[in-house]
Design a protein around this ligand. Structure first.
Ligand SMILES: *[C@@H]1O[C@H](CO)[C@@H](O)[C@H](O)[C@H]1NC(C)=O
Ligand SMILES: *[C@@H]1O[C@H](CO)[C@@H](O)[C@H](O)[C@H]1NC(C)=O
Ligand SMILES: *[C@@H]1O[C@H](CO)[C@@H](O)[C@H](O)[C@H]1NC(C)=O
Length: 416
């Protein structure tokens, strides 16, 4: 079986904004994973072991910006809720993250985004605030450009207006499509003269699976586990929310293409996320198939429709009636589902081993999503850093440096 049979492989490389598939090369090139220590299949302690223990082949000094082709873009990113603060100023309405972070029991240290970096106030300067949000971001975009930094703008990064959640259930309703369209229209009209890369939605997999599945660990915090969530149905809602997110994305791409693209000459895409799923026993057909399914349920869920016009067949088979239908069209709109992107962004953090027939720890509450993968996760990138640590201590971060070193090296390899 071809372990790279999922749709992402079919994308021409030029479509990929951020491609981080570090361990496998699907064209028959040697795979990095062979050089890593596999976990002992018989170990009872798989969960607490690191997944990979790879020896780095290149020293950090061998990887420089020059190693990457011309046109390869290095960037850094943040999100409004993480930096803006000013939660109650200048007419800013509440978002589902404001509500979620203020609800006791959701955030361990009781922190919230009311102030954060206070970016909104610190940046405001002397700009006239007739339309505060728009004026603010006009100033941010101008400042970036004046420093030679090209803005890539994401329209939706998890902070849905609470009013839409209250009015019709947010992403659970098709009403979201028209509201997202008018928001996007405003952004294109206000910023599109200078913004040439638009990302409609960031990591839909994460916000639907964690906002509506599992333990409801992200806003709006809906799930089937009643001790954790007062409302929700994790067998159905993630698929409905995901479907509406896809339809909203597709509709916004159509709007941009029809109304703005010819004149503004920008490109538009979506930013997905996925782990790479690696069979624990690479000679076991069952493990191979389970890892393919896991990739279908993570990346294929969103990439499948965008490339082929419908969900992966493994999802159709396993989820059945809970999975809405596309048939390549959006009801009532003259829009093809397939091909609705100029580029695909991909956030990639880590790789996970999959063992067929073993319940995944995700599946305890989410059995219809990952039917038989056993998932072991190692978040190299998410180690906790104390905010009070000194700058020297924070910069002395060998783990993160070697993480980026390794992933960028493998990314470079995969482009050759
Ligand atoms: C990783 O491999 C190195 C070299 O073989 C070894 O010294 C180290 O203990 C291993 N680390 C873990 C966490 O297994
Ligand atoms: C891996 O899978 C093969 C094929 O099913 C099987 O023969 C072998 O015993 C498995 N290895 C382990 C360590 O379970
Ligand atoms: C989308 O699907 C339609 C109908 O199958 C086809 O005619 C069209 O070429 C496809 N577009 C892309 C971009 O693949």
């Amino acid at each position: 079986m071809n372990r790279c049979s999922s749709p992402w492989r079919l994308l021409p490389q030029s479509y990929c904004l951020v491609v981080f598939f570090p361990f496998l090369h699907c064209n028959g090139a040697p795979s990095r994973i062979d050089k890593c220590t596999r976990p002992n299949l018989h170990s009872q302690n798989l969960k607490v072991q690191p997944i990979f223990n790879c020896s780095s082949e290149s020293s950090p000094s061998s990887l420089t910006r020059k190693a990457f082709p011309a046109g390869f873009v290095f960037g850094t990113a943040t999100s409004a809720y993480q930096v803006e603060g000013a939660a109650n100023q200048d007419g800013r309405g509440r978002s589902i993250w404001d509500s979620f972070s203020h609800r006791i029991g959701n955030i361990i240290d009781l922190s919230n985004g009311d102030i954060t970096d206070d970016h909104y106030n610190r940046f405001k300067g002397t700009v006239n605030m007739y339309y505060p949000g728009i004026d603010h971001y006009n100033a941010v975009i101008d400042a970036l450009l004046s420093k030679g930094i090209e803005p890539y703008v994401t329209l939706y990064h998890w902070d849905l207006p609470q009013a839409l959640q209250d009015e019709y259930g947010g992403w659970l309703s098709e009403n979201i499509i028209d509201d997202f369209l008018s928001f996007a229209d405003t952004c294109f009209a206000s910023f599109g003269d200078r913004v040439k890369h638009w990302i409609t939605i960031n990591e839909p997999y994460n916000f639907v699976s964690q906002g509506y599945g599992g333990f409801g660990t992200q806003a709006p915090g809906r799930c089937s586990i009643r001790v954790k969530c007062s409302e929700g149905d994790s067998k159905i809602e993630p698929y409905i929310a995901g479907h509406n997110a896809l339809m909203a994305h597709i509709s916004v791409v159509a709007l941009y293409r029809e109304k703005y693209q010819a004149q503004q000459r920008g490109s538009i895409g979506i930013c997905l996320d996925s782990r790479w799923y690696e069979p624990l026993n690479e000679t076991s057909m069952d493990d191979l198939e389970a890892s393919g399914r896991a990739l279908d349920f993570h990346l294929g869920w969103f990439l499948g429709p965008l490339v082929f016009g419908d969900y992966p067949s493994s999802m159709r088979t396993l989820v059945r009636d809970s999975l809405p239908s596309f048939q390549n069209r959006i009801p009532g709109r003259r829009v093809w589902v397939n091909g609705s992107f100029d580029f695909i962004g991909l956030n990639h953090y880590t790789t996970t081993y999959v063992q067929a027939g073993r319940p995944s720890y995700v599946s305890a509450s989410f059995s219809s999503i990952n039917p038989d993968g056993r998932f072991e996760v190692s978040w190299y990138a998410d180690i906790n850093q104390s905010p009070l640590a000194s700058l020297d201590a924070v910069l002395n971060d060998d783990m993160r440096i070697s993480y980026h070193q390794d992933y960028l090296s493998e990314l470079l390899l995969s482009m050759k």
